[in-house]
Structures are given as C-alpha cells and as structure tokens.
Unconditional design. Sequence first.
Length: 360
Amino acid sequence: MTRARKHVAAMAPYALAGLGGADGHPAPSLAQNESFRPPCPGAFDAAVAAMTDAALYPDPDWTELRSMIATRHDVDPDTILCGSGSLELIGCLARAFAGPHRSVLAPEHAYPYFRSAAQASEARFDTAPESDCTVSADALLEAVRPDTGCVFLANPGNPTGTRIPTGEIRRLRDGLREDILLVIDEAYGEFADHLDAPVFDMVATGNTVILRTFSKAYGLAGCRVGWGTFPTGVAAEVRKVLNPNNVSAISQAAARAVLRDDAYMRETCAMTAERLDQAAAKLAALGMRCPSSCTNFLLLDLETQERARSAEARLRSGGAVLRAQGAAGLPHCLRMTIGPERELDNAICLLETWIGENLP
Ligand SMILES: Cc1ncc(COP(=O)(O)O)c(C=O)c1O
C-alpha cells in the first residue's frame, strides 16, 4: 500500500467547524467568524465583470490588488504577497521556515491552524502559557527554546478575542533572537485598528511578517483572499512554496472593490462592535463570563467541558451552531460569532433556556 510520509500519517486532519444541525442539515452558523454582512455592493459588480476574462489565468502577482493594499495601509507594495486566504500564507510560512529542527512557538490558546501548519512541516509545536486568555511578551520570551524557528501570534487572538498592545509586540520582537521569524496574524485587525498604532513598520526588522485577510471585516470569506507584508528575503522563500495563480481573477476583483469602499467596512466593524457589546451584556446578565473581545466573536466560558458539551448540543438542536474549543486547549468554552441578529438572539435565548434547565 502507498503510505504518506510518517509525520503526515500521524497528523489529525484540521477540523473545521461541524455545521450540521441536530437533523444533519446545515444550520445557521455562528461557528466560523464570518461577517454577518455581505460584501459591499461594488464587490458584486466587480466579480461579475471579472467573469469576462474567466477563461484566462489571473494576475499571478496580484499587481493592482497589492498596489491598493499598499496605499490603504501605507506599506511598500513590493513587500506584499497574497494568498488563497491567510491560511495559505500561514501554511507556506511554516513550510519554508519551520521543520524538524526549527520548532514553532505560539500562545497556549492559539489559533489551532498554527499547530496543523507546524505539524505538516514536521516541526515541534510549543506553547507559552496565557493568563486570563491573554498571552504576554514575557511568557512567549520565556518559552523560546534553542531550536525555536518561528513564533506565530494572532493579534487579536482567536479564539480568545483578546489583544496584545503594540508596545508589547515591539518588546516581544526586541527580546526574540534575530534568527526567529515572528509572524503576527491580524485576521481580525480591522476590528481593532482604532485601538492602537499599527505594526506594519516592524517588517523592516527583516524577521517579522504581518498577515491580514479579506475574510472577516470585508465579508469575503468565500472568495479566499489573504495578504501579508514580508521582508524581501522571507517573501522570496515563501513565494517558492506558494501555489502559482493562487487567487482567482474574480476574487482579486472583489478584493479590490471592497478596498474602494472603506466606509462600508468601517460601518461593518462599528455594527459588529455594537452587537458584540449588546450580546456580552446579555450573557453577563445570564451569569456567563466572556473575555473582553475586540473581534467579531465572543468566547463563552461554561466552566467545565461537560457543561460546554451539553450547551453546545442544546444550541445545535435549537438551530444554533457554536464552535467547541477543545482544539485550542479550552474544552470548557464555546465560541460564538457575532452573526446575523436573528441567529444571535436565538443562540442567546437557547443559552438562557439551557442555563435554566442545567445550572443551579
Ligand atoms: C486568527 C486567524 N488567522 C487566519 C484565519 C484564516 O483566515 P482566511 O484563510 O479566511 O484568510 C482565521 C480564520 O478564522 C483566523 O481566525
């Protein structure tokens, strides 16, 4: 029999959210941190217009998109690479910079794909402890080992929703060995941009990468467009392992269109923050604890794994799918996306019923 390489055969597949309701049919999902809003109107027209050239391969260098991203964030377009979602860039970074003798370090409750990417590259995956679902620069620095090759850090974090201030991120970089690549994944960055100064300038250190995505605040999760700003040498290596023609012409056109409508994206972020505050207040009134979140989701602390499982099943049977968090080392927690109003209200109502039936 043909066998996969040993480290791949030993891996568990990356578990995406199970979206089936109690009857097995897809239920409204609050499990994937997607936007509750469609992309801005201009994205529809742009995607349809791009179909005219669908017989041709897309721009493999994402030239116009890079130029627009660069203007939007005041970064050099030559430092930008685009991916089929930021997932592709994370995977390629691990493939190029981690391996059997270059371990990956991440926070204890890090985005689980960091572990999968490390495992696929045959790298050991180490974690730094968090306190109140927040990691500190000191905890990460203390967890560095002689063979640490990469530090992956989502800021804000998923599934915690918490954020490390820019000053701490800079202190982390200053304290890391120069040969360690620091990858700062800002998938939820747009929701937190008003809180602190950007860190894009850190790419000039030569060993720091900043990643972003169009999947969250811009509402383009289905189009699969992520991007990052990379030091020149790092970009050259990542490019070698990136799939050629990785972002379709339709997706590039949609991404360019959403960048033209900054007001719509900002409105999405403001609406999300308002709904998140309302949901957090309702949950607090039910006695449920959530870390303060600057993203489009809340982490619900059910205190025990048994309770989390029971609440998840009850919600699913009522048509609300939340994401269990065992893979992030939080088996007592569920993550709830700030989704469409009706679904969100339904989930909170179901939780209230579950609390009434199950908690003293
Ligand atoms: C922290 C983080 N990084 C990266 C991603 C991947 O996003 P995408 O591949 O859609 O850009 C996600 C998606 O949920 C995420 O939460």
